[in-house]
Design a protein around this ligand. Sequence first.
Ligand code: NAG
Ligand code: NAG
Length: 210
Amino acid sequence: MILKLCIAFSFLISASYGQISVVDFCVADYSVANGPAGYSCKNASKVITDDFIFTGLGVKGNTSNFFKVAVNGAFDLTLPGLNGLGLSLFRLDIDVGGVVPIHTHRVSEVIIVMEGTIIAGFIGSDNTAYFKTLNKGDVMVFPQSLLHFQVNVGNIPALAFVSLNSPNPGFQFISASLFANNLPSSIVEKITLIDKDQVKKLKSIFGGTN
Ligand SMILES: *[C@@H]1O[C@H](CO)[C@@H](O)[C@H](O)[C@H]1NC(C)=O
Ligand SMILES: *[C@@H]1O[C@H](CO)[C@@H](O)[C@H](O)[C@H]1NC(C)=O
């Protein structure tokens, strides 16, 4: 019993030590290549307050695109002070009739709606859909790596902010992954069960080749 407790404790201690940093921060040094753990740290003597500041989320993004949506925000490439801290923050504008198509990230996301009405949801790995109409002040979480979406179903432009627990969460839009790629159409047809004409149409919309 005591041995088991000791093993459990040593595991807990080693697990938590992994989270403890020996530095206050690790501001991204863009002069050195990025790696799996993020950017190298900028020399602390050269760190300035502005390394921790991002401005511009007070204005609407450019929604003149196919999906009528704009995503702008603070992540490791735009806010060097986020490097290594496990979080990022984005402004999401969705015009009337606009949609953030189904997509996934490497990490979890939390959304707060500031204006408008959206339907947001995600699909569990057992294909259960969890979705709801969200209004101003509503918060929803999308668990890590699960497919999710947001649709403006109101009659005014929707504004929301999302935060993700990575300084570089990655965005993989499923339609773009399937139809903006350079896979031969014959393979896309096989792996999606979508017929040839539709594959050609979707490839032309998303800019896929072959
Ligand atoms: C950081 O910069 C200071 C001042 O320029 C310098 O003395 C120091 O050697 C640098 N540290 C590293 C690790 O490069
Ligand atoms: C918004 O994006 C569209 C499409 O990329 C572009 O043509 C337009 O100039 C942009 N508008 C502004 C204000 O940047």
